[in-house]
Design a protein around this ligand. Structure first.
Ligand SMILES: NC(=O)c1ccc[n+]([C@@H]2O[C@H](COP(=O)([O-])OP(=O)(O)OC[C@H]3O[C@@H](n4cnc5c(N)ncnc54)[C@H](O)[C@@H]3O)[C@@H](O)[C@H]2O)c1
Length: 282
């Protein structure tokens, strides 16, 4: 099977990053979001990333132009019908993803693999929204996509080995490293990461230390590359809350209960970097 054109659903921070790395690796990319302004915002963030790389001498002007030239933006999901491989990176919501996969199953070629970048939602559940569960797979990129090497790959109950092999080959073409996880809420990355972020927010809420001291403690004392509160702001507090809610609901353990402070911030629209304010101001 030759894969030439990649469809990316969602032009937010993950969708745009995924579109960028596939285009940089020579694939044609169709990036879709529900509004033109969201697509343009995604394209703008790709352009600014590539411009910075050119100014640092890491990329030539031609490479930048070629990468951008391979990305088309669309607002209708139907425009992805001829894509050879699709990866969904829309908002972390079960109902939304089930809807998207049902639609993708109707419009795409029957042998097209449908991957999801979900952080936490069951691949088996998403796959069951389609008539091709063997071809539905988790392909969990890390943020920021162009910089992070690892990609978590998750087979659902029905996913076949052939689909996993195609995903493994794509990850190799992107120069990234594949890590396998079974289909359990949050997989590995967020099963381990989210309780730490949640605990950091509980510590802040309980006045254990200031936000800066909590983050500095984890960087200076524990050698983390960034503090958990700054990381939550990078991920997006709406996404953090959605992931913790899936962990809490699916695993049923109170240790995953999202700190009410995260809910309050999301209610206020303080989503982190993407809205200009979270635990820090941007
Ligand atoms: N933020 C992270 O650090 C991170 C890391 C790995 C995986 N993820 C996962 O990637 C996915 C996207 O996260 P994000 O951080 O890019 O969120 P985001 O909020 O930056 O972007 C989500 C985008 O999805 C779009 N969208 C919503 N409904 C849509 C639809 N029906 N069709 C097409 N687009 C639609 C929104 O308009 C928005 O532009 C989520 O599943 C998230 O869990 C996020």
């Amino acid at each position: 099977m030759t894969i030439k054109t990649i469809g990316v659903i969602g032009a937010g921070q993950m969708g745009s990053g995924i579109a960028q790395v596939f285009a940089a690796a020579g694939f044609d990319v169709v990036m879709q979001d529900i509004k033109t302004e969201f697509c343009e915002k995604g394209l703008k963030s790709i352009t600014s990333f590539l411009e910075k790389a050119v100014s640092k001498g890491k990329l030539t002007e031609d490479e930048k132009k070629n990468t951008l030239g391979r990305i088309k933006i669309k607002v209708k999901v139907e425009d992805l019908k001829d894509c050879d491989f699709i990866i969904e990176a829309a908002t972390e919501s079960v109902l939304l993803k089930l809807d998207i996969f049902k639609k993708l199953d109707e419009i795409t070629k029957p042998d097209t693999i449908l991957a999801t970048n979900t952080s936490s939602i069951s691949i088996t559940k998403i796959a069951a929204a389609t008539k091709r569960p063997v071809k539905v797979i988790g392909m969990h990129f890390m943020n920021p996509v162009p910089l992070m090497k690892g990609v978590e790959v998750i087979k659902g109950l029905a996913t076949d080995d052939a689909s996993e092999k195609i995903v493994a080959d794509l990850i190799a073409k992107l120069g990234k490293t594949m890590v396998r996880s079974n289909d359990s809420a949050g997989f590995v990355a967020n099963r381990v990461l989210m309780p730490m972020i949640n605990e950091a927010v509980y510590a802040l809420n309980e006045g254990v230390a200031s936000r800066e001291d909590i983050d500095n403690c984890m960087t200076a004392c524990c050698n983390f590359p960034m503090g958990p509160l700054a990381l939550a702001d990078l991920i997006g507090l709406d996404t953090v809350l959605a992931i913790l809610t899936v962990l809490h609901t699916e695993l049923g353990d109170p240790k995953y209960r999202p700190c009410p402070m995260i809910k309050r911030y999301v209610d206020a629209g303080w989503l982190g970097r993407k809205s200009g304010r979270g635990f820090y101001q941007y």
